[in-house]
Ligand binder design. Structure first.
Ligand code: FAD
Length: 482
């Protein structure tokens, strides 16, 4: 047994089912826990504003959990290698433990650390923890990467995933050199756009556990039927907890299996939920094999797509001022709470790429900054899925009609009325297409279109045709070049 070992927290902000902590507690007499904020290492994928807000609260919660066990979480800011070297030397520590990350920049950083710390005589040990199956462990029969979700998930289901590991009994080491978390200024100021977010979220391991229990005790039974209805609380809202590693997918998986044993009739709903966790796995699998996914189209013919850079259109979309109520509701929900319902994400993303012909990268960037669950793998793969350029993507010509999407998934208009209150007085018949409302109806609802609420930024039919024409261009150029 060695003396002090370092536990480097990264995107695994929890104490349960943490193999790195289990190993550190087993191997060291004392565990020194540290979180390092390195804003340079991720390059262009440095954390967005909403993620920074979440991180502040998640680290506060983790710090309190460790304190309650007699330890102290050290906060340091700067280059991970220099700080780990310094902390190892000051504490005479010879091993650093951490959980793996899978973003291309993070994998690269792990390789660098492995070599550099190794040359100092310090062991750098990485552990799994944020996925059910390590990327590369589930392959096609030919040994290649899956590019289609269904066979990938079928293959995953055939592999037993390891059960969660028990919480470790650790003896914690103390070290004086820590920043105060408040010094990092992770929270927004002037304006404080996240002022009410703690009403919506409880970042941290306990918050994640409570939310999962609440979901599995109640909403999961509605999941299969109602998960597409944005006005209904029928999804788990686990994505930000999962992204920050406050709960592991293995814990979720184990609880789902338990639920199915207790309530066999819940099988269909729970399986559906588990398959969504599968989409998260698939995104990480794709990012591992195709690390360029967040930046460039998976389908190469999309490189020549005639996107139309237009800041005015992009701004209207970002601000929820497109004149299409379901789109505007989603963009405003995102701004107000840091999250957007999955169905609405698909609608707003399709609208940006297809109706407004803006490059999906602009949408990906906006989501990166504003989502509390912003995740390089899931965000990049989802944007490409909607844009039609991704692996196993929705076909480009599947262009969501924002009016019929609204009428289908927000029939009673509860979602739109909540987030676009200026048109709440419209009857359901016109709520998703205010421009079709007769003058008398608009008067009665107290709305002047173009003043209280925008006229539609584009005409649906014309925009649809323009999108199909643009797609035809790359289809033809692919045909002539092959
Ligand atoms: P639930 O329906 O309860 O699903 C359970 C879990 O499964 C989620 O928490 C999430 O971890 C995972 N999941 C569900 N759907 C997907 C999916 N399509 N792809 C990958 N994982 C999924 N999800 C993110 O976690 N981060 C992102 O940055 C992100 N960006 C997206 C961008 C676009 C354009 C779209 C269409 C989807 C995006 N998603 C992203 C996927 C999905 O919208 C969210 O995971 C989901 O809305 C989170 O809500 P929930 O936790 O209640 O989901």
């Amino acid at each position: 047994m060695t003396d002090t070992v370092i536990l480097w927290f990264r995107q695994d902000l929890r104490l349960n089912d943490l193999p790195a902590l289990q190993a550190a507690s087993r191997d060291g007499q004392q565990v020194l826990p540290i979180y390092i904020l390195d804003e340079d290492a991720p390059g262009e994928w440095s954390m967005g504003g909403a993620s920074r807000w979440w991180l502040h609260h998640s680290l506060t919660a983790l710090g309190a959990d460790i304190r309650s066990l007699g330890g102290k979480l050290i906060f340091r800011r700067g280059n991970a290698l220099s700080i780990l070297r310094e902390v190892c030397e000051a504490n005479n520590a010879q091993t650093v433990y951490c959980s793996r990350r899978y973003e291309p920049w993070a994998s690269q950083e792990e390789e660098t650390l492995h070599g550099a710390l190794g040359s100092d005589g310090i062991k750098f040990k990485r552990f799994p923890g944020s996925l059910l199956h390590e990327p590369g462990s589930v392959l096609t029969q030919g040994g290649g990467p899956f590019k289609v979700f269904t066979p990938f998930w079928r293959a995953c289901r055939r592999v037993e995933s390891a059960p969660p590991v028990a919480k470790s009994q650790s003896s914690w080491s103390d070290y004086a050199q820590s920043d105060a978390l408040s010094q990092w200024q992770l929270l927004p100021e002037n304006p404080d756009w996240a002022g009410s977010w703690l009403d919506h979220w409880t970042p941290g391991e306990s918050g994640a556990q409570e939310r999962l229990h609440a979901f599995l005790d109640d909403a999961v039974s509605r999941y299969a039927d109602e998960r597409d209805l944005p006005a209904v609380d029928a999804t788990s809202r686990m994505s930000a907890h999962l992204h920050h590693g406050e709960i592991s997918p293995r814990q979720i998986w184990a609880m789902c299996e338990q639920k199915k044993l207790e309530l066999p009739h819940s099988d269909t709903a729970v399986n559906k939920f588990q398959a969504e966790i599968g989409w998260r796995e698939f995104s990480y699998h794709l990012l591992h094999f195709f690390p360029e996914i967040p930046d460039s189209p998976f389908k190469k013919n999309f490189r020549g797509f005639p996107w139309q850079a237009d800041d005015k259109r992009l701004g209207a979309w970002q601000q929820g001022q497109t004149g299409y109520p379901i789109v505007d509701a989603g963009m405003r929900e995102l701004w107000a709470t840091g999250i957007m319902h999955n169905r609405v994400r698909m609608v707003v993303a399709s609208f940006l790429c297809k109706h407004l012909l803006q490059h999906w990268r602009h949408g990906e960037d906006w989501f990166w900054d504003t989502l509390v669950d912003a995740d390089l793998a899931s965000n990049g793969c989802s944007w490409q899925w909607v844009a039609g350029s991704g692996a196993d993507a929705a076909p480009y010509f599947r262009i969501f009609n924002p009016v019929t999407q609204g009428e289908k998934f927000d029939k009673q208009g509860m979602y739109v009325r909540r987030w676009v209150p200026e048109i709440a007085g419209l009857p359901n018949k016109y709520l998703h297409k205010p421009w079709e409302a007769p003058d008398g109806v608009l008067d009665e609802a107290g709305i002047t279109l173009g003043e209280d609420y925008p006229q539609p930024i584009v005409d649906h039919r014309e925009a649809r045709q323009a999108a199909l024409d643009a797609y035809e261009q790359i289809r033809l150029s692919a045909a002539t070049s092959s």
